[in-house]
Design a protein. Structure first.
Length: 379
């Protein structure tokens, strides 16, 4: 049996040790014939054994001692620093936005070797299949809406308390492009859900988007369906706005949050890329940076699960006749819409304000001391 055949079936270390021991009792030529190896091979292991002992029989690294194209230490330090600043960004994102040195593989190696790799999340559905399905959807035909409680974000919470920043994010995500709009409020209720819906709808109408028959999907939160104890014939303010605009409201079954995967994915991304890393001087600075991130997400940030394209790039390819400004909707404090309505009502004594009828009706009922207890909210 030849040497290379033996080495496949037993420990390399033990084989080399036996070879050396046989040389000690016979000679190099006899050991070479017995193990089917060449004499230079036998001499190599004998010399290493005599020089280094048992450690000499172990495999040595075949990596070159000098690598001309190896990444410089300062480049590796920059990658580590950027990864720590943006823990949710992978090697492709760092290459794309910061133009760090190295290839995708080398940058990932630096991240991995420095223990900065996040554990993989469990995937419940095949992204490829979903991507093909989303390509067939019409513009703003299928959408998901949800709210995000920001008070459990470690970096954001102290700023929220100190600067009076909003606690809740109301999020709208369009599924064919992946584009996202969001706004803020201090409370999570049907009034602010309705104001957010109205804000998005009026924006889409401005750009000539036909929203009639579109689907807006939500969970069963109070901000969308109102009190669970209400009469079945009575719509919440949010549902009323959708009905007035002939939009189909779809509710997912309880405890099936995976059906809201698009908007939930954005919530994870915005936490990693915005709330976890940004600092703010005041409320105006917060809204300015939120607006900058919204523009970045819709116009610049490439999505690897959508053929590595940004939402605006998909818009140009699939809907070339639509104005790209449709993806530009500044995040606002929803309280500002409410304050504007009350102020104009007080000054003019009427209702000539650009707001939907269901919202006016809801606000009037909230102003009425005899309003149902289930609908009362703090304003």
């Amino acid at each position: 049996m030849k040497y290379y055949q033996l080495i496949r079936d037993m420990s390399k270390f033990n084989l080399r040790l036996q070879m050396v021991m046989r040389v000690k009792t016979t000679n190099v030529s006899e050991a070479a014939r017995f193990y089917g190896a060449t004499r230079p091979t036998v001499r190599k292991w004998l010399m290493r054994f005599e020089k280094e002992g048992l450690s000499g029989l172990r495999d040595r690294s075949k990596a070159p001692k000098h690598i001309p194209h190896k990444m410089k230490p300062e480049d590796e330090e920059r990658i580590v620093s950027l990864r720590q600043k943006h823990p949710g960004w992978g090697s492709m994102r760092l290459l794309e936005l910061y133009h760090v040195s190295g290839s995708n593989g080398s940058v990932h190696r630096v991240i991995r070797q420095n223990g900065l790799v996040k554990p993989k999340r469990k995937r419940w559905h095949r992204r490829k299949d979903l991507s093909e399905l989303k390509k067939k959807l019409g513009l703003f035909a299928s959408n998901q809406i949800d709210t995000k409680d920001l008070s459990d974000i470690y970096q954001y919470w102290p700023l929220m308390r100190r600067l009076g920043l909003p606690r809740y994010e109301y999020t709208f995500r369009e599924r064919s492009l992946g584009a996202t709009f969001f706004a803020y409020a201090n409370e999570n209720n049907s009034l602010y859900g309705a104001l957010f819906a109205w804000y998005v709808i009026e924006h889409l109408k401005t750009y000539g988007i036909d929203i009639e028959g579109d689907e807006w999907q939500t969970d069963n939160g109070y901000e969308f369906i109102g009190s669970v104890r209400k009469s079945t014939n009575r719509l919440s303010a949010f549902e009323g706005v959708l009905k007035e605009n002939h939009i189909t409201h779809i509710r997912i079954p309880p405890r099936c949050s995976y059906l809201q995967s698009d908007v939930e994915t954005f919530h994870r991304i915005v936490e990693d890329e915005f709330y976890d890393i940004e600092d703010y001087a005041n409320g105006i600075d917060f809204l300015g940076k939120a607006y900058a991130y919204q523009l970045f997400f819709n116009y610049l940030r490439k999505n690897r699960y959508r053929e590595h394209k940004a939402p605006v790039e998909i818009l140009r390819e699939r809907f070339p006749n639509i104005n790209e400004g449709v993806l530009n909707l500044p995040p606002i404090r929803l309280e500002s819409l409410l304050e504007a309505w009350y102020k104009r009502k007080e000054l003019r004594g009427g209702y000539d304000v650009p707001i939907s009828a269901p919202l006016i009706d809801y606000l009037e009922r909230m102003s009425n001391p005899g309003a149902l207890a289930e609908d009362k909210i703090r304003i």
